[in-house]
Write a protein that binds this ligand. Structure first.
Ligand code: ACO
Length: 334
């Protein structure tokens, strides 16, 4: 018998510190008007003192409480992030210890802004296979530590935060009806954040220029903005069509779409291409900017805790991001 997988709890955590567009115009040559009209973003949260695992822990413990589970009932913790505290240990292991989820396996997953979607689909497979019952998936980022605060074309776009969901083998909550995952590594250089350069006693550093050496080892986000824009609009549309067709649903059957919160104009264009009214797209990027792997979990928690969802509503989560990666999850709410 086919087992069902549903979201039984959600949570979010945003750092208290707000950075407005006017605050940013004191750092780089930009303006509130430029940022608002090009992106829709008005303000974002920038963490002071809390690293990614701290945000992940807060969102994860709220999701657990919301699900009505004790930490020891969690079988697996997946943390989707591109800004972990350490390369090792994983963010998920730090969260496991702080939650006291002593029975949980734990690992991190990298799919950039599509991290929550990849994490949920991974969790779904563990549950469907019968290996695990309850899985906590957290998307958490402190992008502020990898932004180039002198580059006005990227530093205005992002923010810090965490969102979490608990998935279990049940039809209750948000039951997963269909999923889709895609990747196009040939476009990997559209959106990058470098890691550790290959320097060791066998490498002659004299072959590397002084300016390049200085840059190496300082991870910073670099983006080909217009290429990412085109990729985003196309893959939102493709992924929405893919999950709808897998369960023979039509545009009109969908109550809400929660897109990755990157840019208002990306969402507006996708809405036109797929011919689903913009009112059906849940948008909070005006308040938080782009929080990468955290954005869909934060938005889902806001929507789930509002009075907007009714039993039977179909909701699609759709993401795109560095890699390049994209994906969608279609849910039925109860
Ligand atoms: N303030 C003022 N001017 C700026 C700013 C800024 N913050 N940033 C760029 N500009 C200037 C540029 O220097 C350029 O000036 P120039 O004409 O004198 O050279 C001018 O604005 C136009 O620059 P473009 O890059 O062509 O601006 P565009 O209209 O493409 O908007 C943007 C840039 C908003 C980044 C857009 O390309 C975009 O939305 N791309 C999608 C990328 C995105 O949202 N990424 C999020 C991360 S991706 C993810 O989540 C997976």
């Amino acid at each position: 018998m086919m087992s069902h997988v549903g979201i039984i709890g959600t949570g979010r955590y945003l750092p208290e510190n707000i950075m407005t567009n006017d605050d940013l115009s004191n750092l780089v040559d930009t303006s509130d008007e430029w940022i608002r009209t090009r992106t829709g973003i008005r303000e974002r949260r920038i963490s002071v003192g809390m690293n990614t695992s701290d945000l992940a822990y807060e969102a994860g413990s709220i999701a657990l409480k919301n699900a009505g589970l004790k930490p020891e009932e969690i079988d697996l913790i997946i943390c989707a992030t591109i800004t972990p505290d350490y390369f090792m240990p994983s963010c998920a292991c730090i969260v496991q210890a702080r939650l006291g989820a002593v029975n949980a396996a734990a690992f991190d997953l990298t799919a950039a802004c599509t991290g929550m979607i990849y994490g949920m689909v991974t969790a779904e497979q563990f549950i469907k296979s019968g290996m695990y019952k309850n899985v906590l998936v957290i998307g958490a980022e402190t992008l502020s530590k990898v932004l180039d605060w002198k580059d006005r074309s990227t530093c205005v776009l992002f923010g810090d935060g965490a969102g979490a969901v608990v998935l279990s083998n049940t039809k209750k909550g948000g039951m997963i009806l269909a999923t889709n995952l895609e990747a196009d590594g040939s476009k990997y250089d559209h959106l990058t954040c470098s890691a550790i350069p290959l320097i060791n006693p066998c490498v002659n550093t004299e072959d590397i220029s002084a300016s390049r050496l200085k840059m190496l080892g300082q991870p910073k986000i670099r983006m080909l903005g217009q290429e990412v824009f085109k990729y985003a609009v196309r893959t939102i549309t493709d992924n929405l069509k893919a999950v709808l067709s897998k369960v023979n649903l039509k545009n009109d059957d969908i109550a809400y779409i929660i897109p990755h919160q990157a840019n208002q104009r990306i969402i507006e264009q996708a809405s036109k291409f797929i011919k689903i009214p913009i009112q059906k797209f849940f948008i909070n990027l005006d308040r938080y900017g782009n929080t990468s792997a955290a954005s869909i979990g934060i938005a889902l928690d806001e929507l789930a805790k509002s009075d907007k969802l009714s039993t039977g509503d179909k909701v699609i989560l759709v993401g795109f991001g560095g890699g390049m990666t994209s994906g969608a999850v279609l849910l039925e709410w109860s």
